[in-house]
Design a binder for this molecule. Sequence first.
Ligand SMILES: Cc1cc2nc3c(=O)[nH]c(=O)nc-3n(C[C@H](O)[C@H](O)[C@H](O)COP(=O)(O)O)c2cc1C
Length: 405
Amino acid sequence: MLKGKNILIGLTGGIAAYKIPQLIRDLKKSGASVKIVMTDAAKEFVTPLTLSTVSGNEVVMGNFPQSDSNVLSAGTWHIDLAQWAHVMLIAPATANTIAKLAHGYADNAVTTLALAMRAPVVVSPSMDVDMWQRTQTQNNITSLRELGYIILPPEEGELASGLVGQGRLPDLPKIQNAVEEILQFAHQDFRGKKILITAGPTREAIDPVRYIGNRSSGKMGFALATAAAHRGAEVKLITGHVQIQTPKNVHRIDVENAQQMYNAVMKHKKGTDAIIMAAAVADFTPINSFSKKVKKEELDNDTLLLKLKKTKDILHSLGEGKKEGVLVGFSLETHNDIHNAMEKLKRKKLDLIILNNPKKKGAAFDSDTNIVTIISKNGKIEKLKKMPKYDVANEILNRVSKLLK
Ligand SMILES: Cc1cc2nc3c(=O)[nH]c(=O)nc-3n(C[C@H](O)[C@H](O)[C@H](O)COP(=O)(O)O)c2cc1C
């Protein structure tokens, strides 16, 4: 499984660092090459000598040359190492390092490399339960997820302090499994491919203050963009108004309404290998929006009548004009779902349609997980189990990758 894979481990100053030499041995036994970077604090918990001995490689301990370092003698060591690694694992990740990563610090070898990495970075936090539960730490973890870092949540159990709670580093086989799973997805099969993804809701103005919107959070589209970037794609992400940070290595274009989404897609579609429309684009927009705020005191019969017209159908236009490349649409259905999705797939000349139902618990709007059915134009119907949106994204990309071949 790990044969030929290059794994970079970043150690930070947590008590669980003593477990990492064994993890290095396990990863090497499974065929991986392992290189190590560590913070100054990590050296208090495990020695560089132990790590270089078990990994068989020089350990990088700072941003600047050490007297006997071969690695650091190249000024661009951080780029070289980041390009060497198929995945970086930060374990244990301290609250301190997590805070730095969330804010883009590059003040030591671990944070500098994490920032330079294009391939996925897996973060395995381990700390005292109160440190883990603290709002700042949780906000930083949310930021990291949004930025495209993969978080392995710590487990419940007895902690080094004697307290019991969430904060333990997961058992080593679990960490290894997670790394293997990520590597399965991160085989850079999209290198050289251009992918256009849309995400989030649109807002159709009623007046300068109010709009017609929908419940889309943008999480599915952003997960797709993150996963595609991890797999080496050049990603453009056209998004409506969302509260999510832009993932690493993703070019983001912000729009507000359906017409702007249409214009942006038409502008950026040229030369793309695949287009994935995960945005929840409004079907209707007010024929006229008011130029001044509508005052309720001025309404006739206490009633405001809004006349709506259909918006331009982006997927339909893409399907009609399509000569090459892969086109993927989403279908949100509350009833008759498979039938409706298949009709949409045919009508809009899609290659794949991803069906989800907002009424299912753990699916669609604002959820971190999704339950989807993937329908192909050859009629194949695949019902997937509930999984994190990042994993759903990779399942979709696996199928896009096959179609591109
Ligand atoms: C004995 C001891 C154990 C520690 N264990 C942890 C830990 O498990 N997790 C954590 O986040 N911080 C832990 N700390 C605090 C970190 O070492 C400290 O925040 C340090 O600045 C982290 O630096 P680094 O993130 O650059 O490695 C511990 C400190 C001591 C003295």
